[in-house]
Design a protein. Structure first.
Length: 348
């Protein structure tokens, strides 16, 4: 599909998946050495990077004869993958059932229902093998429903392959091979792993930096190859970090991990909107926060080209990061973020 979409009429929204733009940051990283570029995955039709894996995995299942018209697709999701799967299911004629973490914003859950999916909301702060976890609920539903296919993005190599075949080549071509660092959040690990595999196949010197959450096991596992349950505790960022080790993550392709806090990531997401005009989601704030912390370690130079993947759109967090009441309830509001009541004037 050509990068120039202006002169083409597309058959359906699925033909719009991929070829998302790169946009230079001009304010948040103004005093940093190097060039900082955001890959805006919100330009996918489902407004997130998960469109890529949903389409790729489903089309591979069709090609192999695993899926046929009218079958049911089941998946675990923090929201974005579910939306993408529901979107693809509508176009291709499948039923869609989603097991969602209760940590997902109400906006995301409402969108999933609006796209025709049946949604099971499961408690977030339980162990992965707890029968109430969204992993186990999805497995149970798959066993109970005849003719169902469980996508299982955390343990599906096609998750990684989708980004090896699309996101990686796009970034390489768009930067004319000049990228020196990739900074991306790691949840299932498919986005960062597949993109990293492709970029390193072109230039092994490209540094791959994964962003993890406090309360997640990924960073320590990368460093020690040991799962440490003591690392696990509740945190607020959606789609970042894990309380298990996804096989979709290629830890060998990632050079290092850095952790970010819920609060800093929320503040930086808001800062992006106020300074760059980029209305990115919670994880977009997280990835820029990681770059800020890396800059404090003086790892970037004037010649570096740093690409950050912004996974989704801020509209999915209107009841969270971009909601003053939620921010206050979390204790995240400081003097720089006090609600500006003067920005709203009611005419009577």
């Amino acid at each position: 599909m050509p990068l120039d979409r202006q002169s083409k009429i597309f058959n359906n929204v699925l033909e719009l998946v991929g070829n998302t733009p790169l946009v230079k940051l001009n304010h948040v990283t103004k005093n940093f050495p190097g060039t900082y570029i955001a890959k805006l995955e919100a330009f996918n039709p489902g407004q997130s990077s998960k469109d890529r894996i949903a389409l790729h995995i489903i089309e591979e299942a069709e090609r192999k004869g695993i899926l046929k018209h009218g079958d049911t697709i089941i998946e675990t999701t923090s929201g974005n993958t579910g939306f993408s799967i529901a979107m693809v299911s509508i176009i291709k004629g499948y039923e869609c059932i989603l097991a969602v973490s209760s940590k997902s914003s109400p906006d995301k859950i409402d969108m999933l229902k609006s796209m025709g999916a049946k949604v099971y909301v499961c408690p977030a702060n339980v162990k992965a093998d707890d029968p109430r976890s969204y992993y186990e609920v999805a497995k149970r539903l798959h066993k109970e429903i005849e003719g169902s296919v469980y996508i299982n993005q955390y343990f599906n190599e096609l998750n990684t392959e989708a980004h090896y075949k699309s996101t990686g080549p796009e970034i390489w071509q768009q930067t004319h091979g000049k990228i020196t660092h990739l900074v991306a959040c790691s949840g299932t690990g498919g986005t960062i792993s597949g993109t990293a595999q492709y970029l390193k196949s072109q230039n092994p010197e490209v540094k791959i930096i994964g962003v993890d959450a406090y309360g997640s096991v990924l960073k320590k596992y990368h460093e020690t190859r040991e799962f440490d349950a003591n690392e696990i505790y509740p945190y607020r960022i959606e789609g970042l970090g894990k309380n298990l080790i996804p096989t979709a993550t290629d830890f060998d392709a990632i050079d290092t991990f850095i952790k970010v806090t819920d609060e800093d990531s929320a503040h930086t997401a808001r800062e992006l909107a106020h300074t760059e005009g980029i209305f990115g989601g919670y994880t977009s704030g997280a990835v820029v926060q990681a770059v800020k912390q890396l800059q404090e370690q003086s790892i970037f130079s004037d010649d570096d080209v740093v690409v950050m993947i912004f996974p989704d759109h801020g509209s999915r967090y209107m009841s969270k990061v971009f909601n003053d009441k939620w921010m206050e309830d979390q204790g995240f509001m400081d003097e720089t973020l006090k609600p500006n009541t003067k920005s709203i004037e009611y005419v009577k």
